[in-house]
Design a protein around this ligand. Structure first.
Ligand code: NCD
Length: 292
């Protein structure tokens, strides 16, 4: 695996291999080893989890990190993404982790010869988030085949939904969506359902953040309480979930909107487990791309 830019480029064997490697890192079966390799993280969009999780993974692998700060870089002098990445390659970086607001930004970088790890491109893909979600589901159920997953919320603007729809269906899970009409996405062929109609039947309730920053009309017409009543995870819906079912959310969470405040750390919530697993998944991705 030279790059990781989209879940659509991974075979099911590669997905499973990355999950297994991440679990081996987590259980200590495999020792971290990328000592002496150099990495730069380029985050052109805000990030807490993904950025810190990559930084943690890099440190656990004994890598050396080049500080790249978008705010003080020559990007502000108009330097292109290509030239920025080519520069980092020239000074000796072994891989680049990039989050960028433009969908498919990575296409122009793939021939450069340095591994590109996509940490999120616009509303396109978020492969490491998908892998950490897969790892969390796999740890829980030990399989994907036959699981029912509802992805709920701002589907259209979500790279998490796009990546997970692809990977989960490829791995044999059944995925349905629940979303206000304006945020439905006809590019993904999944069925749209009422959350109340499926809540007692699904194994995974995957909530998505309402992504105001991607809405052209800002927050116009959006009413948090109404959204929560129709698409949010309330106590009443929580009580109807199957005993073994779990809640997921890539975070940051809008508490009281996608999920009732007090349910964020409820027994069925795996939200912080997802973050924990993100470090191991990123260790696996860094190892696989840099060593290939
Ligand atoms: C997601 C993202 O950035 O796409 N967050 C994350 O990486 N944990 C989802 C989001 O911002 O809503």
């Amino acid at each position: 695996m030279k790059h990781l830019v989209s879940m659509a480029n991974l075979s099911i064997e590669e997905m499973q291999h990355l999950i297994d490697t991440a679990i081996q890192y987590k259980t200590g079966v495999v020792q971290p080893h990328l000592k002496g390799k150099y990495i730069a993280n380029l985050f052109f969009e805000n990030s807490t989890r993904t950025k810190c999780s990559f930084e943690m993974a890099e440190q656990r692998l004994d890598m050396k990190r080049i500080n790249f700060d978008t705010a003080t870089s020559s990007v502000n002098k108009g330097e292109s993404l290509y030239d920025t990445c080519r520069t980092l390659q020239s000074i000796g970086c072994d891989a680049l982790v990039i989050r960028h607001q433009e969908n498919d930004y990575y296409n122009q970088l793939l021939e450069m010869g340095i591994p590109i790890i996509n940490a999120g491109d616009g509303s396109g893909q978020h492969p490491t988030q998908s892998l950490l979600d897969l790892m969390t589901i796999y740890e829980e159920f030990g399989r994907f085949e036959g699981l029912k997953v509802v992805i709920c919320g701002d589907i259209k603007n979500s790279r998490v939904a796009r990546s997970n729809y692809h990977s989960l269906t490829a791995l044999g899970a059944e995925v349905v969506f629940s979303s206000p009409e304006i945020w439905q996405d006809d590019q993904m062929p999944g069925e749209y359902v009422e959350l109340d109609d499926v809540i007692s039947d699904v194994d995974v309730v995957m909530l998505l953040r309402v992504q105001h920053e991607r809405h052209d009309d800002g927050a116009q017409g959006f009413e948090a309480n109404t959204y929560h009543e129709q698409y949010g995870l309330s106590q009443a819906r929580y009580d109807r979930m199957k005993e073994q079912a779990v809640i997921m959310h890539p975070a940051p969470v809008n508490r009281g909107v996608e999920i009732a405040n007090h349910l964020v750390e409820a027994p069925k919530s795996r939200i912080f487990k997802q973050m924990e697993n993100g470090v191991y998944v990123r260790m696996a991705v860094l190892t696989e791309t840099i060593q290939s």
